[in-house]
Design a protein around this ligand. Structure first.
Ligand code: UDX
Length: 409
């Protein structure tokens, strides 16, 4: 098929790359000329395992442009533009305008919205623009985005037209995933419900980690394992740490909470999850202060990891960056290292290697769970604070791990 993709961020590029690999012809559109230029040359503009190979391998079948006009002979068009929050409210204006422009360029194609949209957005597009869209949310995680697109747990399709739903179902049939065909509104809410539920699981376990820190002989990792073996709970998203970051969970929790309020309901559990996550940074700063014998004001703090999680160069709403923001006003000096994120951060001394970062610091904080931090060597005079629980506590003399009980290491 000839498939248009509008918005070449994480979701759009990965969707395009995976569908190109299945033999489809891709026509990608984005306002960012640099990104379009890179994709035209067959290079991936983001760091994502497996993505570069797919893009370069299929470059003869892919076209990218900043001009919506190229969509004129697409059979279907995916919309994957951002839905940011402003003042806590989700902003659907990019989706509205991308749908309008795509439909102006090509009135015959089926338009499929992949962007995360509030319930009622498809109906608003229908009533304000007179355009029918299919809602087909994605559930891809950064770092495993290609695999998640090729082998998703489920495909959700919201549509009023059975014919359009069938067309979308056939595009994704190669995945073999179970498919739910439903209303646009259900599909829209399934996406928010899924993301906010996972975020809530994380905040739940982070609160329990705080409790563990007050109790002898406890360890949140063991508790998570014990809980996760119950199939009803599942082992996923029970890892305590710095709290959730990234381009989705912080934004989507805020958006759902504010959307619910706008229709006269409260999602108090989601609101609590947001608050627990916000306080995560206070907690880590508290641990750092406790470990600075002579006060944080004269301490050299080394932050290992800047990306919001491992295997990505994405620092959007990264808790590591939030931590640095808080430390700047208090710490003597801050050093940082990340294997992939290399651009400078104001007020931070960027190090070329993890060894340099450790060497220059009094307190070393693990802020991202990159595999290469799992076996760091730290001399006995320095304190290690493991906020992601990836280290073996017995290897370090001065050690603090989140969610480890009193009296234990
Ligand atoms: C998430 C969803 O997983 C995905 O389905 C959706 O499409 C987009 O949002 P992503 O933002 O890539 O994906 O990251 P994810 O792996 O879900 O992690 C989000 C944050 O939660 C990260 O900061 C991560 O470190 C944190 N996290 C995750 C935990 O602290 N504990 C966990 O157990 C899992």
């Amino acid at each position: 098929m000839r498939i248009g993709v509008v918005g070449l961020g994480y979701v759009g590029i990965v969707t395009a790359a995976v569908l190109a690999e299945r033999g489809n012809e891709i026509i990608g559109v984005d306002v960012d000329g640099n990104k379009v230029g890179m994709l035209e040359k067959g290079t991936a503009p983001i760091h994502e395992p497996g993505l570069g190979e797919l893009i370069s391998r299929n470059s003869n079948r892919n076209r990218f442009s900043t001009d919506y006009g190229v969509l004129k002979d697409a059979e279907i068009i995916f919309i994957s533009v951002p839905t940011p929050t402003s003042n806590g409210n989700a902003d659907m204006s990019y989706v509205m305008s991308a749908v309008r422009s795509a439909s102006n360029a090509n009135g015959n194609a089926i338009i499929i919205v992949k962007s995360t949209t509030l319930p009622g957005t498809a109906a608003k597009i229908r009533s304000e623009l007179g355009i029918e869209v299919v809602t087909n949310p994605e559930f891809i995680s950064e770092g495993t985005a290609v695999r998640d697109t090729e082998k998703p747990d489920r495909i959700i399709i919201g549509s009023r037209s059975r014919k359009a739903a069938d067309a979308v179902e056939s595009i994704w049939s190669f995945t073999g995933a179970e498919t739910v065909v439903t209303s646009n509104e259900n599909a829209e809410l399934i996406k928010y419900a899924s993301n906010t539920f996972l975020a809530t699981k994380i905040s739940f376990v982070n609160e329990l980690a705080n409790l563990c820190e007050k109790l002898p002989n406890t360890d949140i990792d063991v508790i998570s394992r014990g809980m996760g073996l119950d199939k009803r709970i599942s082992p996923y998203f029970l890892k305590a740490g710095m709290g959730f970051g990234g381009s989705c969970f912080p934004k989507d929790t805020r958006a759902l909470a504010s959307f619910a309020r706008s229709v006269g309901e409260t999602t108090s559990i989601v609101e609590a999850a947001i608050e627990v996550n916000r306080k995560r940074i206070d907690r880590v700063v508290g641990h750092i202060k406790d470990s600075c014998g002579n006060g944080i004001g004269s301490a050299r703090i080394g932050v290992l990891g800047l990306a919001f999680k491992k295997d990505t160069d994405d620092i959007r709403e990264s808790q590591a960056i939030n931590l640095i923001g808080r430390l700047k006003a208090q710490a003597g000096s801050i050093y940082a290292y990340d294997p992939v994120v290399k651009h400078g951060i104001d007020g931070v001394n960027m190090c070329a290697t993890k060894e340099e970062c450790i060497e220059k610091s009094d307190v070393v904080v693990i802020a991202t769970d990159w595999d290469e931090f799992k076996d760091i060597a730290v001399d006995e005079s320095k304190t290690v604070i493991d906020c992601k629980r990836i280290l073996d506590p017995n290897r370090y003399k001065r050690f603090k791990g989140v969610g480890i009980g009193t009296g234990d290491k």
